[in-house]
Write a new protein. Structure first.
Length: 76
């Protein structure tokens, strides 16, 4: 039996419409590092880079999320 547990949020991708509003909230209010790169915006809030990735466009919703886990892993 595997004893695997979620330990923390790994990353999250969010679709956004209003870049200026999100920049104000995440960079000016929360103090996140804001890096615009091609068609996405990468944000850092701790030692892990790209914890939050914004995708400007018409969709404003959670697009994906990944979680860090701990525990044993079997080779099945």
């Amino acid at each position: 039996m595997n004893n695997v547990a979620v330990t923390e949020l790994g990353y999250v991708g969010v679709g956004i419409r209003d870049i200026d509003a999100w920049r104000f909230l995440l960079s000016d209010i929360f103090g996140m590092e804001w890096v615009a790169e091609n068609d996405k915006i990468k944000l850092r809030l701790d030692n892990w880079h790209n914890r939050v990735i914004l995708h400007p466009g018409q969709e404003e919703d959670l697009l994906y999320a990944g979680f860090r886990v701990s525990g044993s892993r079997s080779s099945g």
